[in-house]
Ligand binder design. Structure first.
Ligand SMILES: [Zn+2]
Length: 169
């Protein structure tokens, strides 16, 4: 017992964090969004909604500057939350995302005039395309020393898409 107490000070290797460990951090977000897949041959060709879940994973080493208020953190979860909320959640929550085609130009104009959250895009708004777009947007806003490692976007409880940086170098 006495021996154990003697070893429990700062010199004990058990109390020392490894130098510059590489850590992945994940934050989860959710938003409700409607979409429509123009030209698709399944049920998603109708306007309908999903409860999307988005997982963002970043990678880096915890700050080792003891004077920095973010000491011990890879990135403040609050900072990550602000970035993703401003780029994704605030923009897409309760929005309708729809691809512009030569045929629906007039309809989109009408929708825009009547509803505040219509996102008109030039790509098919599938889970796959949206996650690739989200990754590019988030990557632009992350601090330079933080790597976007991967994203996971759930369209339903059992269907999701993943984007990995290593696949997209
Ligand atoms: Zn759908």
């Amino acid at each position: 017992m006495e021996k154990k107490l003697q070893n429990s000070g700062n010199d004990c290797p058990g109390n020392t964090c490894p130098k510059n460990p590489v850590i992945r951090l994940t934050k989860e977000f959710s938003f409700e969004m409607a979409h429509v897949l123009n030209g698709y041959d399944g049920p998603c060709r109708n306007i309908h909604g999903h409860s999307y879940k988005l997982f963002i994973t970043v990678k880096g080493s915890p700050c080792n500057d003891i004077r920095n208020p973010k000491y011990g953190m890879v990135i403040d979860f609050g900072v990550l939350k602000e970035i993703v909320n401003s780029l994704i959640v605030n923009r897409y929550d309760h929005a309708l995302i729809i691809r512009e085609t030569p045929e629906n130009h007039t309809l989109l104009k009408e929708l825009k005039a009547n509803f505040p959250k219509i996102e008109i895009v030039n790509y098919q708004p599938t889970c796959e395309n949206m996650i690739a777009y989200f990754a590019a947007e988030i990557q632009k806003e992350l601090p330079q020393h933080i790597e976007l490692h991967h994203l996971k976007l759930h369209e339903t409880a059992t269907s999701f898409a993943e984007w990995y940086r290593e696949d997209n170098l």
